[in-house]
Design a protein around this ligand. Structure first.
Ligand code: ARG
Length: 273
């Protein structure tokens, strides 16, 4: 089986000021040591992997005092040339929102402002012609209606139930326009039923894979970049015909983030999608 890779444009933020100074998810322990230099080297490796795959990586200038700004997926939702800015649940991350907003504006995206808590593509995943939108920990359910209004894709609410998998992109990976991988037990029974209905052929991940943030993966439709420690999931993906590329982001994981969190896909208008 051969699968087509589509070349992508990503936004990333160098973890220059990365640290774990506060705890807003169960992965974060401000008393545990973090190797800041190693975090930068691991992030640079991720960026190199994308470049080697032929993707374009844009960078936003990191801001001192915003240690989680490296998690660009939370900077916005960008589809068809429209960018919806974010509103963070936690005050520690609030100042990231205007920094990302300014970047989208200067890059020429049509801007929309959030009316409710919305943590961008951490909780919003485009699969084909549908948006899956997470809620339960961060993004407010009320923001799902606004996402549908702004982008004009049907929005399907996904109820997250395990605090370790607080953003949708820690519990579910989009593999291509029709297929996803996910951890069933990270979702409410109703959301699990919806996922079975929409994606009967989905890859089911195990807790062991999810616990190393294996589902925080980036796929171009053919290559899947995922945490190197998620070996079981990688094997299942290879069985399905994907090429897997493991990356070690051990330091960023101490903040609860993996490769997908560090990566925001910039989707232009339909013509150049
Ligand atoms: N420490 C960050 C937070 O808790 C991690 C964000 C991870 N981002 C993501 N897209 N899952 O907000």
């Amino acid at each position: 089986m051969t699968m087509d890779a589509t070349s992508q444009r990503f936004l990333m933020c160098r973890p220059t000021y990365f640290a774990v100074d506060y705890a807003i998810n169960p992965w974060m322990d401000p008393t545990a040591p973090v190797d800041a230099d190693l975090a930068i080297r691991q992030w640079e490796r991720l960026r190199q992997i994308y470049r080697d795959l032929g993707h374009t990586v844009e960078e936003i200038t990191p801001v001192p005092g915003l240690p989680d700004m490296v998690f660009a997926a939370n900077g916005g939702t960008v589809i068809d040339g429209k960018a919806m800015a974010v509103q963070f649940r936690d005050p520690q991350r609030a100042d990231e929102a205007p920094a990302y907003r300014a970047w989208f504006e200067s890059a020429g995206f049509e801007m929309y402002d959030p009316k409710h808590v919305n943590e961008g593509e951490g909780d919003v995943l485009l699969v084909g012609d549908h948006l899956l939108a997470g809620t339960g920990f961060r993004t407010a359910h009320a923001s799902h209606a606004q996402l549908q209004e702004v982008f004009g894709y049907p929005v399907i609410t996904m109820q997250l139930v395990d605090p370790r998998f607080y953003h949708l992109d820690t519990a579910l990976t989009v593999l291509d326009e029709r297929t996803v991988a996910y951890l069933p037990e990270a979702f409410s029974p109703g959301s699990q039923a919806v996922l079975r209905r929409l994606f009967p052929d989905a890859v089911h991940a195990t807790m062991a894979d999810a616990e190393v943030l294996g589902l925080n993966a980036v796929s171009d439709g053919r290559h899947v970049v995922l945490p190197a420690q998620a070996t079981g999931l990688a094997a299942k993906l290879r069985d399905r015909g994907y090429e897997t590329i493991g990356v070690d982001l051990s330091e960023l994981r101490k903040a609860g983030g993996g490769p997908k969190c560090c990566t925001l896909r910039l989707r232009q208008g339909k013509a150049s999608k």
